[in-house]
Design a binder for this molecule. Sequence first.
Ligand SMILES: O=P(O)(O)OC[C@@H](O)[C@@H](O)c1c[nH]c2ccccc12
Length: 271
Amino acid sequence: MDDSEEIAPAVQSILDAARERGGSGDRVSVTPRSLPDAFDAAAVDGRTPVVAEIKPTSPTADGERTDDPVALARQMVEGGAAALSVLTEPDHFGGSAATLEAVRDAVDVPVLRKDFILHEAQLDVVEADVILLIVRFLEADGTDDLADLLTAARERGFQVLVETHTAAEVEKALAADADIIGVNNRDLGELAVDLGTFEAVAPDVPEGVTLIAESGIQTADDVTRMRDAGADALLIGSAIMDHDAATDVEANTRRLTRANTDAAETTTTDT
Ligand SMILES: O=P(O)(O)OC[C@@H](O)[C@@H](O)c1c[nH]c2ccccc12
């Protein structure tokens, strides 16, 4: 990581904890459910491809959601989610590998393991269909190289979502041979969200790459905005989960998966 770039204290604390965390020892081998196929199937079915995220809490959230993650997962799938994302980071997000395992057993859609993976050993924790690698965190001393980790993950069967925030990070992701790229609208320096980030960075991502808009997507208009900017899929946490157990997760998911399902076609036919 570039030392001149500020990183929010909450994020630094997440990274410090991640450095200490190891793996389970046994090498994981997984037969994954295809993420691009799940997005295509949702689109054919008239749903906007959404990865719905189970995030019990976070450094930017108010409370903690303590109800059964498996029940939440089922509601998300019922509401039309093409895939799920499950936080496994325990110290700052209330996640666990056991939660991911239980969720993956309960649903048929692909499941992304959301964690801060800095070393190869941390791949060997739990079977998931997709793992996350964050470009910005793999540039610091004492972390593995992005391309090496990507290869190590694929050798285990995982698909890999490479998270970026800038055009320069997209370049690095492509150089490392990423084929699924996320653009995070949340700036990890200030934790502020700006949907303009995706709009600015998306044009640098080539056609053949599966492109995901991440964070800060709250409304049907936000969905339209990200789809018009080229998102193949959207990663949505807070707007679906909220941290209030009274929130109807299925209805929230349906509202966003039904939003603007034909944005991509509309753009092509209108111009
Ligand atoms: O809750 P939101 O704003 O819809 O964001 C979801 C997801 O993008 C966000 O949780 C996230 C994006 N990248 C991450 C990396 C680690 C932990 C969490 C994240």
